[in-house]
Design a protein around this ligand. Sequence first.
Ligand SMILES: Nc1nc2c(ncn2[C@@H]2O[C@H](COP(=O)(O)OP(=O)(O)O)[C@@H](O)[C@H]2O)c(=O)[nH]1
Ligand SMILES: [Mg+2]
Length: 398
Amino acid sequence: MFNRFKEKLSGFKEALSSKLQEKAAQKESQAELEAQNAEAQAMPAPGEISKNQDIPDKESSSNQLTRAEVQAASNRSDASNSSSNSISSNNFAKPKPKNRFSILDKAKSLVFEQEIIIDEKDLTDPLWALEMALLESDVALPVAEQIVSSVKSELVGHRKKIGVDTGQLAEDALRSALVKMLSANRLDFDEYIKTKEKPVKILFVGVNGTGKTTSIAKVARYLMDQGYSVVLAAGDTFRAGAIEQLEVHGERLGLKVIKHKTGGDPAAVIFDSVEYARAHNKDVVLADTAGRLHTNINLMDQMRKIVRVTKPDLLIFVDEAIAGNDAVERARLFNESVPIGGSILTKTDADAKGGSAISIAYITGKPVLFLGVGQNYPDLVKFEPQWLVDRLLGEAEA
Ligand SMILES: Nc1nc2c(ncn2[C@@H]2O[C@H](COP(=O)(O)OP(=O)(O)O)[C@@H](O)[C@H]2O)c(=O)[nH]1
Ligand SMILES: [Mg+2]
């Protein structure tokens, strides 16, 4: 699940990491320079050393010891290379204190503890990498832009300890941007069903083969598990075999399926189903419809008529996550044609990119209600931003 999405995001993490490392390195060498300057100022000039020699100073005596050692080393190198003589004696003229490295190490560790402040300039490359990763993962353009701007405002001005993991920083910013994005349009399906006058009429629409009929069976099972009674309406009268397919599910689930003949009027089937539900005190009617392409004017007109006549309480658009941007575009067009109340994205289990799951609610302005994650009845997950983001960012297995 979403393997390509995770792969693509590594570019963003790496770009941010290398930018901040560069910045930290600059700060480190600056601190090193400052430490050296401070040390040079603190060191007495060679002439002053002899003047001050009568002052018993632990540090300067240790310095002298060092000089003796350096002299010995220098003599040894003189023997093998006479040209280095002047250099060695030059070095000798500017003795280094024994604790030089500890000062430097201290300076470095202070830098390590120090913070760098992330500014907009640091983010140009990483955010470009992020936008590319999102677009390549089939996230719709306006959605990718929104995420990038949200990540940017999260990171700009952020104070980061130099020693703190940059990958985590990148991930946290993205996580919060995604959760924010996915939380924008929510509808609690359970609460909706609970409070709605019965029977609740739910109509499923979408293109062919995306998983409408399977999703109806899954939602039926989901509702039955909560104690609701359900009737199925075989509103796909268009395709031979569609009625039988729903009947098989009805049999397995022990549910009444209301059907007419193939080629019959779908609105009439749904109307009868609602009548049946009323007469038998059933809680929910789940109505199937024929798959239709958003480009087929006749079928889209037929769908509008079904909606006009049957007046569903909730119209659910079903599409497959693996269709990526196509699914999002279809959702947009269906939503313009009929008032969809939410979506179900199926085949998320087979989706490597995650783009449609991220984009669809934002583009339609309507919530994702469920994700299909397999072919069996329990393979239906109530949509939760956190659940999805955990899987998109690879912190939870599918
Ligand atoms: N892997 C997977 N397959 C699914 C999922 N939902 C539906 N399918 C399969 O998709 C195919 C088409 O489903 P169907 O319900 O007939 O689509 P419809 O034409 O829209 O009614 C079937 O083989 C289903 O088993 C899902 O969430 N995951
Ligand atoms: Mg079907």
